[in-house]
Design a binder for this molecule. Structure first.
Ligand SMILES: NC(=O)C1=CN([C@@H]2O[C@H](COP(=O)(O)OP(=O)(O)OC[C@H]3O[C@@H](n4cnc5c(N)ncnc54)[C@H](O)[C@@H]3O)[C@@H](O)[C@H]2O)[C@H](O)CC1
Ligand code: K
Length: 512
């Protein structure tokens, strides 16, 4: 499913009208009808006493408001009671909205103009928010701001037309105030901001409705962002749950090296190793400072334990980068970072590993902090496949010299900018993880839940993606599929436990 920006939506909209020749009024008619259908669906779920009450359509002065007027007509035609509340005096409307105003005057639909505090909201069953759509910028000005606050305070179900008024369609940031919708009818395409928080939560239940705009125009207008769902992943790379080859042997599914864990953080290495095994990797070697081998005995029976010479210290600082590099020869993936710890000279250490290996590489956790400490890694040896970086927002902030807040304010832009500038696959973790590739392609994940914000969850993800790399998936596929599988496993645990809170990273491994 494509994810568009407001600007792309405008271009596609214009092309449909001007070049293809579908009149704007036709698109609007479809948009209004789709919205009315959603309202009728909700109506059927309400108690009888509520069903008899009218719906209130809040009408703005742009095309979003015009769509709202069409929706009101269709509701009326279906026998539903409906009233209009214009945010501005109707005779101040221009263009299409004025045309729809004139049309609806032929229907016996009550209409009023908003006056702050004058509405008795309890008379209504629900609200259609047709105040602001993709043409909105900044923060809603009066009288819209007061109207939005009153609508939110009414406690009524709100169906947002295209998107909740006050939501930034590109970033998912909410203005003060912003409509809190119970459901949203997205027209033609999902907007990027509808799958980014807090936007996704403010949309409530989202349905995407076709309105006559050809969906293949997304390619013509180079829409580069997509929602990663099972259908989309299968279309792009095949079914992630397809049966294995009948003549498979352990060599068929690759050999991954997990360079992970230390005395304090052995669990990180264990989780990554077990996750790589559970995702179906043929062989997994868990590399660690040699002194720790005895302690790790028996923890992951299916893994190969490879202690690296550490001068008896039990620390990564004493492990020669060349020794780790040598271990990766003939293997298909290296995951470096979970539970490594930081140490003096670690930037140079990381550079050595980078330059002396050419297996598909994933850097996580402390390896990302080492990378952030390096002045600039664009001059480092070019790898035959782009490395995968899996930062959380704090690590991303260090990597990109931004604050975590700036990263979170536009996650898609932050991830994509970095991936293109540095030639890496950037997986920005957090709610709706964003995976960006050097080619500009962007994937927003559709699985996962807040219960996964827990220690060890990232180590599991690193193991999953590393395991997919070893199985031969190219880096973008490994990252997108891995993030999706990881989230889907987390959702399975939440459903089984009927709780997000009690979810452990180890449960995610078992649910893979
Ligand atoms: N997607 C499509 O192809 C179709 C979309 N339709 C609908 O059109 C809107 C977008 O319409 P547009 O007229 O461009 O903008 P809006 O209705 O969202 O609002 C613009 C309106 O609001 C004013 N405004 C902007 N910012 C603010 C602010 N901060 N405070 C107050 N007012 C603000 C601005 O000046 C304009 O007057 C899309 O969402 C769909 O609903 C088509 O109807 C069908 C085809
Ligand atoms: K709206």
């Amino acid at each position: 499913m494509y994810l568009v920006t407001a600007e792309q939506m405008r271009q596609i909209d214009r092309y449909t009208i001007d070049t293809i020749g579908i009149p704007a009024a036709v698109l609007m008619e479809n948009a209004g009808r789709a919205t009315a259908e959603e309202v009728l669906r909700i109506c059927n779920t309400l108690a009888d006493s509520e069903q008899r009450k009218p719906w209130l359509v809040l009408v703005g002065k742009g095309h979003n408001g015009a769509d709202g007027l069409v929706a009101a007509r269709h509701l009326h035609e279906h026998g539903a009671a409906v009233s209009l509340l214009y945010a501005f005096p109707p005779d101040t409307l221009h263009g299409e909205p004025a045309r729809q105003r004139d049309i609806i005057r032929h229907w016996p639909i009550p209409a009023g103009v908003y006056e702050p505090g004058a509405m008795d909201w309890s008379r209504f069953a629900g609200v259609v928010d047709a105040l602001l759509g993709t043409g909105f910028k900044g923060a809603p000005r009066e009288p819209l701001a007061s109207l939005i606050r009153e609508a939110n305070a009414s406690g009524l179900p709100i169906v947002a037309l295209d998107l909740p008024s006050g939501l930034d369609a590109d970033t998912g940031l909410a203005a003060e105030p912003c409509i809190r919708a119970s459901s949203t009818v997205a027209l033609a395409f999902l907007k990027r901001g509808q799958v980014q928080q807090p936007g996704a939560a403010l949309c409530g239940q989202i349905t995407v409705q076709p309105i006559g705009i050809p969906l293949h125009l997304a390619e013509r207008f180079q829409v580069s962002a997509r929602l990663a769902t099972k259908t989309e992943i299968t279309r792009e790379w095949g079914d992630p749950h397809a049966p294995r080859q009948a003549d498979a042997h352990k060599g068929t599914y690759g050999h991954a090296v997990m360079a992970a864990g230390s005395l304090a953080y052995s669990g990180a290495g264990l989780l990554a190793t077990r996750a790589a095994l559970r995702i179906g990797t043929g062989l997994v070697t868990w590399a660690h400072p040699g002194k720790l081998t005895e302690r790790l005995f028996g923890l992951a029976a299916e893994a190969i334990l490879q202690g690296l010479p550490d001068q008896g210290s039990g620390e990564w600082r004493s492990v020669a980068p060349e020794a780790l590099a040598a271990l990766t020869v003939g293997k298909q993936a290296l995951v470096l970072g979970p539970g490594l710890g930081r140490f003096e000279g670690d930037k140079a250490w990381l550079k050595q590993v980078w330059e002396h290996t050419d297996v598909p590489l994933l850097l996580d956790a402390d390896a990302l902090n080492m990378l952030a400490a390096a002045e600039d890694f664009t001059g480092w040896k070019k790898r035959s496949q782009p490395a995968i970086l899996t930062p959380h927002p704090g690590e991303m902030a260090r990597l990109s010299r931004m604050t975590a807040r700036e990263v979170q304010q536009n996650r898609i832009a932050a991830a994509s900018g970095f991936a293109q500038e540095h030639g890496v696959i950037l997986v920005l973790k957090g709610a709706n993880t964003v995976t960006a590739s050097p080619t500009g392609r962007i994937w927003v994940n559709s699985t996962g839940n807040p219960g996964m914000a827990a220690g060890g969850s990232g180590d599991v993800l690193a193991g999953v993606i590393g395991g997919l790399l070893a199985q031969g998936y190219e880096p973008e596929a490994a990252a997108v599929i891995g993030v999706w599988q990881h989230g889907a496993a987390g959702d399975k645990v939440r459903d089984a436990r009927q709780s997000e809170r009690s979810l452990l990273a180890g449960d995610i491994v078992e649910a893979l």
